[in-house]
Design a protein around this ligand. Structure first.
Ligand code: FAD
Length: 293
């Protein structure tokens, strides 16, 4: 039996572009705030394409929910000056947590900016802000698509850790062995920062396949075939997706993971169902109850 009291949860959102999207996000964040998460994070379009949206969404969620915010910041395509300005804005807003990334410029996009790797951005953050920000970075259990070999990502994670990163969040995965082997390799290469699994709920087959091709996450054959077989039957697909994710999260908690980071895609229902089934209980005063699974 496993204690879930104060178990760290975090939820990732993207900046909405429409009024309807903003209202939906407010509702989603309010529902998920009941689980008393450690923080909410807000994605950033590489090259600064969502720069204002990320800042505005961060400000909105901070005011609306009182949950600590961790805006993402991707350095590719931006000048040092632009990055420093964004960091100053966050300091001014009282933000003290960031997800620091390289990002991917859309193909055909212009200049690459002053920094090409996430560890360079982390050095900049530490240089100009000292220890003001708690810095999360990305890690890849099934390897980054540009990794030179199976060991390079962990070497790269070490560079990020030595530059001042505090913790990592993984790309999503459905094969626990990939995550556990990443931890083993980190131990071998003396990378000691905690590595929180990124959790992608399954709600839409086509979207999952598209995302996974882009980011290099593997959909195991048994899972792919089961999901594909549901065809237009969305309700059964969602129910099966919840079952798979509950088992995955339950096993990860039992492995002693330092937290769970949910890619919400700005939807609360599936995350809420998974987290509730795991034994976390919503509390109107944002306090999580001590429960066991
Ligand atoms: P880095 O740590 O700099 O590099 C990652 C990997 O790329 C390295 O391990 C290495 O294998 C390879 N690599 C890159 N450059 C080289 C090189 N020159 N030589 C050798 N190897 C190299 N993207 C966004 O645009 N916005 C977001 O908000 C966002 N949020 C994310 C959140 C999480 C939790 C994760 C896991 C990813 C997120 N991404 C986001 C995607 C991320 O920006 C991309 O995966 C990007 O390609 C790499 O970013 P990074 O910070 O991991 O880069």
């Amino acid at each position: 039996m496993q204690e879930l009291k104060n178990f760290p949860l975090s939820f990732e959102f993207f900046p909405p572009k429409t009024l309807e999207g903003i209202n939906n996000l407010k509702n989603t964040a309010e529902k998920l705030a009941y689980f008393n998460p450690e923080y909410f994070s807000v994605t950033f379009g590489a090259g600064g394409s969502t720069r204002e949206g990320t800042i505005e969404t961060t400000r909105l969620l901070q005011q609306k929910t009182g949950i600590p915010l961790a805006p993402h910041l991707a350095c590719i395509g931006l000048s040092r000056e632009a990055l420093v300005e964004i960091l100053e804005t966050y300091k001014h807003l009282g933000i003290n947590r960031l997800v620091a990334l390289r990002g991917d410029l859309p193909s055909g996009a212009g200049a690459e900016g002053d920094f090409k790797r996430a560890y360079e951005l982390i050095k900049l953050i530490r240089e100009i802000s000292g220890n003001h920000f708690y810095i999360e970075v990305a890690a890849y259990p099934e390897f980054h698509p540009q990794a030179k070999n199976a060991f390079y990502d962990v070497f790269n994670l070490k560079l990020k850790s030595e530059a001042g990163a505090n913790r990592a969040i993984t790309q999503y995965f459905y094969n626990i062995d990939a995550y556990l082997y990443l931890l083993d390799e980190c131990a071998r290469q003396a990378v000691t920062i905690p590595i929180v699994p990124g959790i992608m709920p399954i709600t839409n087959f086509d979207r999952l396949i598209r995302f996974s091709k882009l980011c290099g996450a593997e959909i195991p054959a048994w899972l792919y075939k089961r999901l594909a077989s549901y065809g237009e039957d969305q309700a059964s697909l969602k129910a099966f997706g919840i079952e798979v994710l509950c088992k995955l999260c339950d096993r990860l908690i039992k492995e002693g993971v330092p937290g769970l980071h949910f890619y919400t895609l700005n939807q609360y229902e599936t995350c809420e169902e998974i987290i509730s089934q795991l034994g976390f209980i919503e509390n109107q005063s944002h306090k999580m109850s001590a429960l066991t699974v």
